[in-house]
Design a protein around this ligand. Sequence first.
Ligand code: NAP
Length: 241
Amino acid sequence: MRFQDQVVIVTGASRGIGRMIAEAFAAEGAKVACIATTLEGANKTAEAIGGKGYACDVSSTASVEEVFAAIAADLGTPSVLVNNAGITRDTLMLRMKDDDWDRVLEVNLKGAFITSRTVAKPMMKARYGRIVNITSVIGLHGGAGQANYAAAKAGLIGLTMTIAKEFGSRGITCNAVAPGFIESDMTEALPQEFKDDVMKRAPAGRLGTPADIAPAVLFLASSDAAYVTGQTLTVDGGLFL
Ligand code: NAP
């Protein structure tokens, strides 16, 4: 019960990796604020784990500030923020529209900037905070057809190191987790040959599951990781070794 009574905000908690992260925090005693684009989606997870659901577009400052104020009023000061919300709009660069670029950057990168800036003040006051950003192996290695996503996820690593430097003296750490290929709605549409190739190349011999990612997030969000900050922990079954 490492998170007993701590307030934990998980963005993108309606499904996939975010839902599993929210479940894992709740199982260790946290009061979890589950964020998704719709209240229905957020509540699906919240009701299953005894948390509270909120509809919020992480790329909008007004939406984040309103919802985070409601979370503070409902549950208390957040100790942990997990920036997990993310989207893809994959296509080769020559076909990529400005809007495909802008929206992926807005949600995956600007969203984490806005939410982190919003929780930083109360965390500084409490002199304690844990921010965990979900980046991707694509942010570390690039990915054909994913210029927007790779740039956003690489940017998230730069943001992670900067938050670590700016807020470290206030008891706030910021780290990132870089998942490999994880079974979720996001990867469902990938061709079977691609998945077979990943399974062949990864020493683990399989795709990952959300349950492979959550324990890494919880470690970085725990008080055990007090002296770990600005780091990116790859959880990819060894795919990029
Ligand atoms: P997913 O199943 O597609 O879920 C995405 C989540 O993000 C949903 O809860 C969605 O909410 C939420 N979301 C999207 N736009 C949002 C916005 N503007 N504001 C608030 N919430 C928003 O994705 P996943 O596979 O679990 O991925 C979760 C994270 O891990 C993402 O950041 C992704 O880039 C990263 N990741 C995934 C993989 C993988 O292989 N799956 C690998 C590396 C990294 P709604 O339900 O309301 O749409």
